[in-house]
Design a protein around this ligand. Sequence first.
Ligand SMILES: NC(=O)c1ccc[n+]([C@@H]2O[C@H](COP(=O)([O-])OP(=O)(O)OC[C@H]3O[C@@H](n4cnc5c(N)ncnc54)[C@H](O)[C@@H]3O)[C@@H](O)[C@H]2O)c1
Length: 383
Amino acid sequence: MSDLRLALVGCGVISTRYLQNAPMFKGVKITTCADLRPEMADRQAAAFGIKAKSLDAVFRDPKIDAIINLTIPNAHFEVSRRALKAGKHVFSEKPLTVQPKDAKKLVELANREGLALAVAPDTFLGPGHRMARLSVDSGEVGKVVAGTAFFMSRGMEHWHPDPTFFFQPGGGPVLDMGPYYISALVNMLGPVSRVTAMDGMGLSERTVTADGPKKGSVIKVEVPTTSLAALEFASGALVSLSLSWDVFQHGHRPLELYGTLGSLRAPDPNFFGGEIEIAHAREPWQARSSLHELCGKPNHPDDKPVFANYRMLGVADMADAIGKGLKPRASGELGLHVLDVMDAILRAGKTRKSVSVSGGIRPRPFSEAEVSSLLVSPDSTRG
Ligand SMILES: NC(=O)c1ccc[n+]([C@@H]2O[C@H](COP(=O)([O-])OP(=O)(O)OC[C@H]3O[C@@H](n4cnc5c(N)ncnc54)[C@H](O)[C@@H]3O)[C@@H](O)[C@H]2O)c1
């Protein structure tokens, strides 16, 4: 099958990683880029030898099969909707949209038009979470009864050159970081059925300290910056989830699951690699590294790689799924469910009442042979 010809829309911070990683994968080719600010598109086009075009020209171009939507969350719906209406498949950065009703519209539109819709994160397709899921599915820790998930940091204004959107509706740690944790949990445990939560805000204003034109500017915080939630899964598992940008330091593991036969520690779902740890009953913890698995070799940051960052794996999976008439693993339906859960956390936080969540989908497992088939040079992605 010929390559899926892709246009990248939104040429900001994360676009570089997509452009760097694209040549590692079979079946995908980024030919074009576009941005509301043409100079951003021109810069990436020159750096990566692709064409810069206007958004309208991208949507009109019959030689573009699909777009990768890397705009800010508040623009996701409109950009993805226009692309689907123009007959293009869509892979969107997270969250799929800001409002669940809009995400539902995108899923319905894609299904009606027979187009693929997929959504980041694709980190749960990496070896760390492939191993964690295999362990859960094998029954090694028994039936999962409970778990904990923590993402807590001191915000975004110290590193992102233009962090305003993180503190406006559509931003906040729930919508920004929740997708990694909730997608990883749904991949391991299946859909969420009920949520309770409480939330708060550490600071009503944030000052940008990252270098760039916005340095020193003050952002009004319009969203909760700390949310503590409890998730009930359809399987019966109960997981507490803490998401915060008010925490300088802490000592919690990103994800732990507690089963009837033992406990499992899963790696940071913001990255593709890492190690899992298993404790059988009262035996000591045993670590299993994903370093030597496909897409486990650290490649981020560029100068001193410590983390595995294989963004584009989900786009390659989408291209493969299109060829096989299947749904992508990181499907729009999964993104919609994850957004429903995040929306329930925000609503529960406001009302202090529990909120039920319906539907949901668990992605298909991802075998090593299937991962390998998407890579140009599989062995070069192992440490
Ligand atoms: N920065 C990261 O490390 C990171 C990591 C993972 C995911 N993401 C996600 O990627 C997305 C982009 O994040 P970023 O950090 O690259 O943001 P950014 O602000 O650096 O870049 C966004 C770009 O989109 C453009 N844009 C905005 N609205 C547009 C529209 N309607 N049409 C066309 N272009 C438009 C902006 O001009 C800007 O160049 C977000 O959804 C974010 O959650 C970011």
